[in-house]
Every structure is written in structure tokens, then in C-alpha cells.
Design a protein around this ligand. Sequence first.
Ligand code: GAR
Length: 219
Amino acid sequence: MLISDDTTTKSRKLRILVCVSGGGTNLQAIIDGIGDGRITNAEIVCVISNNKKNYALIRAEENGIPSLSISPKDYADREQFNQAFLDAVNGMQPDLIVLAGFLVVLPEEMTVQYRNRIINIHPSLIPSFCGKGYYGLKVHEKVLERGVKVTGATVHFVDEGTDTGPIILQKAVEVEDGDTPEILQKRVMEQAEWVILPEAIHMIANGKVAVEDGKCRRK
Ligand code: GAR
């Protein structure tokens, strides 16, 4: 299957929904990528946050992008949240959903409905340092604890597992003597995440990614 067949053949822009939980530097990388032409044929139609106050929402506002916040805490149970979240997502009719530091587990129904249309940025070279409990700074803490010399970032499609979907792009980053989790996190963001996330979106928006037998192939 070629991910953006429908959109490119109708020559309209890929409608991107970006989901965030934190500072939104990856959201900013997408905004910048669209602005400077590294990403073509795509537009961000909305930003969804699972909390009401974070810097990602300010970035959305500053760039004139509609946003909304929706949190499991606002609902009686997970089922109700999942339904409200899915309804909100469906209402935006996205072609591609980008998890840019989104720390909420997606409803399984959503991963099925949007098969090969949800991507995630993870701050390690999958399958190392990923899965349940590996997110944000914790990933870099574990990398330093283990003493590996090379880490990096991965953009992958999201399936029902945690960090198990088809890998689109990866980029390696050197671990240096004296690194703290914070220093390493910054280097991985600058050298890998903010590079490969826009690149992956550009590839998808221009019909350059196919998924076959659970693996991505460049077209
Ligand atoms: C990023 O480092 C991203 O890779 C990570 O959260 C951070 C969000 O930063 N995501 C995960 O750990 C997902 N497992 P940002 O809000 O500045 O983009």
C-alpha cells in the first residue's frame, strides 16, 4: 500500500493532525519544515494536547494552527475518553496523525482505523530502549545507565503495540563522555528527531513510503 495515494492523486495537501503532551519542539520542527519547504504537499490542520497548558499549545497559537486539549482525566473512565478522543480525531478528517511526544496510549480502535496513517517519533534506535516505560528523558537515562556509545531516534508507524510498528526512518547520534540525560536528549533532538520527523512527513506527503509485509519501503 502506498500511504498517500488518495491525497497525491487528488493533488490536495496531506491533512496532518499533530498530538502533543509537552514542549512541542517536534511540532515546531514540523511547522518549520513546512515553512522552509523541507515538507511539501502537507498542512497541519490541528494540534491535540492531553493537557491544557503546555508550550506546544502556545506554538500552535503563535502559528495560527487550531488546537484542542482533551485528557483522560476529564472523563469518567477510559472508554468514554477513548470515544471522545476518536470522535475529535475523526472530526478533523486527518490523512496523517503525528504523535510528537504524545504520552497517551491510543485507543486500539484508532490504530486499526488509521492503520499506516499514524506515525510516532521515539528518542532511541528501535528496538533498543523502547516499549512500555521508555519515554522522554527516561530513555536517555537508560541509555547512559547501559553505557551504549551510539543512540538516536526513530520515526515509525503506530500499530497496536508500543513502539512496534514499521520503521520509516532512523538516525544515529553519538553518546559523549560527560553526557547527562538532559544533554543527550538535546543532542538527539537536534541531530536526529528534528531532522527525520519532517523528512518522514515529506516522504509520506509525496507518496514515497510503502508498507509491505509489516516493513517500510522507500518508493
Ligand atoms: C521527544 O524527545 C520525543 O521523541 C519523545 O518525547 C519528546 C517530546 O518532546 N517521545 C517519546 O518518548 C515517545 N515514546 P517535544 O514535546 O519537545 O517534541
